[in-house]
Design a protein around this ligand. Structure first.
Ligand code: DX5
Ligand code: ZN
Length: 218
């Protein structure tokens, strides 16, 4: 887990041409593609679901990193697995049975992730560490792209890293990641960076390449 993985969020892409946007951002250097699924219930916004992800799956072989901001999540896990997600991440706050959700994801043959809102303490992962492939720490309140980074979460990254120890679990940061904030989170132990607005600004492939490079080199 040495190289930092850049996972652009297509939430900030042009939804009228999502397939082309995915291809562009992959050519521009994306390592993973981050898919923000919102239900208008767990978070105050609605995006897309399995049919859209399935359509995008034909456009690239890159890892599809699916961030479910939906409650409940369990009834839909199989649909997201079938759509071609590689990682499926549920929110700890979205249901009472995190252990069950993580087992269900792995039983579908997918990598299992848990996401924590900025106000959620890291100890909720303590007893599910052996069921986890990824911990996604939100550095904004989920629901929208383009919000300001919440610096209090940097300390939580360090604590999560200590809890994980030498287990092969990725630490992913989502929200307000820019060339300015990236070094704060990688310095604390994060190895996967989601970025939406900071990657898709400029609305052209050359801009995406510059933007990804700026985050990677920061
Ligand atoms: C927020 C989403 C993020 C978002 C990040 O609810 O989970 O993935 O798209 O957008 P930026 O990078 O613009 O903060
Ligand atoms: Zn996300």
């Amino acid at each position: 887990m040495s190289k930092t993985i850049i996972a652009p969020s297509i939430l900030s892409a042009d939804f009228s041409k999502l397939g082309e946007e995915v291809e562009s951002v992959v050519r521009a250097g994306a390592d993973w593609v981050h898919l923000d699924v919102m239900d208008g219930h767990f978070v105050p916004n609605i995006t897309f679901g399995p049919p859209v992800i399935k359509a995008l799956r034909n456009r690239t072989d890159k890892v599809f990193d699916c961030h479910l901001m939906i409650a409940p999540a369990d009834p839909y896990l199989a649909a997201f697995a079938d759509a071609g997600c590689d990682y499926i991440t549920v929110h700890a706050e979205a249901g009472p049975h995190l252990d069950r959700s993580l087992q269900a994801i792995r039983n579908l043959g997918k990598k299992a992730g848990v996401s924590l809102n900025p106000s959620t303490a890291e100890n909720v992962i303590e007893y599910v560490l052996d069921r986890l492939d990824l911990v996604l720490l939100m550095t904004v309140n989920p629901g929208f792209g383009g919000q300001a980074f919440i610096p209090a979460v940097v300390e939580k990254i360090r604590r999560v890293k200590a809890l994980i120890g030498d287990r092969p679990i990725d630490i992913e940061i989502d929200g307000g990641v820019t060339p300015e904030t990236a070094p704060l989170v990688t310095g604390a132990g994060a190895n996967v960076l989601v970025a939406g607005s900071a990657v898709f600004k400029g609305a052209a492939e050359e801009a995406y390449a510059r933007n990804i490079k700026a985050i990677r080199e920061a």
